[in-house]
Ligand binder design. Structure first.
Ligand code: CMX
Ligand code: CO
Length: 132
C-alpha cells in the first residue's frame, strides 16, 4: 500500500535560510516552491532520489506549523508516504479504528491528493498519505 517515501517534512522558521543551509551543506537546489494556502504554509521541495525533503514554513500565526515550532522548535514535522489510491489507503486506516485528520482526501501541493493521519494514534508521527 505504501509504495515509496514521498517526502520528509521539516518545520522551519525561515524558508530562505533553510534553503541556504541545504545549498551550502549539500549543494542541492530547490526543485519546487509553492504556497499551500489551505494549510497556511510555504514549501520548498528538494529532490532526494525519487523522494523529497519538504522544507515547511508557516505563513500565519494560526498555521499548524507555527504552533508546532512554538511548542517544539524547528525539526521533523511529518512523513509523507506515497500511495496509489489515497481514498483506499485512508479508508483502510479508518476501518482499523485509527484517528485521521482528513475524513476524505483533499488537494495537496504539486497537484497531489493527500490525507493526514493523527500523530496520537500513529506512534507519535504525523503521517500524510500522498497520491501523486
Ligand atoms: N508530529 C507529532 N506530534 C504532533 C505534531 C507533529 N507534527 N503536531 C502536534 N503533535 C502533538 C502535540 O505534541 C500534542 O501532543 P500532546 O497532547 O502530548 O502535547 C498533540 O499532537 C496536539 O498538538 P497541538 O499542539 O495541540 O496541535 P493541534 O492538535 O492543534 O494540531 C495536528 C496538531 C497534527 C492536528 C495539526 O498540526 C494538523 O492538523 N496537521 C495536519 C495539517 C498540516 O500539518 N499541514 C501542514 C503541512 C502541509 C503539507 O505537508 O502539504
Ligand atoms: Co507534507
Amino acid at each position: 500500500m505504501l509504495s515509496e517515501i514521498d517526502h520528509v517534512a521539516i518545520a522551519v522558521k525561515n524558508l530562505d535560510a533553510a534553503i541556504s543551509y541545504y545549498k551550502a551543506a549539500f549543494g542541492v537546489e530547490v526543485e519546487h516552491r509553492e504556497l499551500i494556502t489551505s494549510d497556511l504554509v510555504e514549501e520548498a521541495m528538494i529532490k532526494v532520489g525519487t523522494s523529497y525533503v519538504q522544507l515547511l514554513c508557516p505563513t500565519a500565526a494560526e498555521s499548524p506549523v507555527a504552533k508546532f515550532i512554538e511548542k517544539r522548535g524547528e525539526g521533523l514535522h511529518h512523513v509523507g508516504y506515497r500511495v496509489t489510491d489515497c481514498n483506499e489507503a485512508l479508508n483502510r486506516v479508518k476501518s482499523q479504528g485509527f484517528d485521521v485528520l482528513d475524513e476524505v482526501p483533499r488537494p495537496g501541493s504539486r497537484g497531489t491528493t493527500v490525507a493526514f493521519i493523527h500523530p496520537k494514534g500513529a506512534l507519535g508521527t504525523l503521517i500524510e498519505l500522498v497520491q501523486p
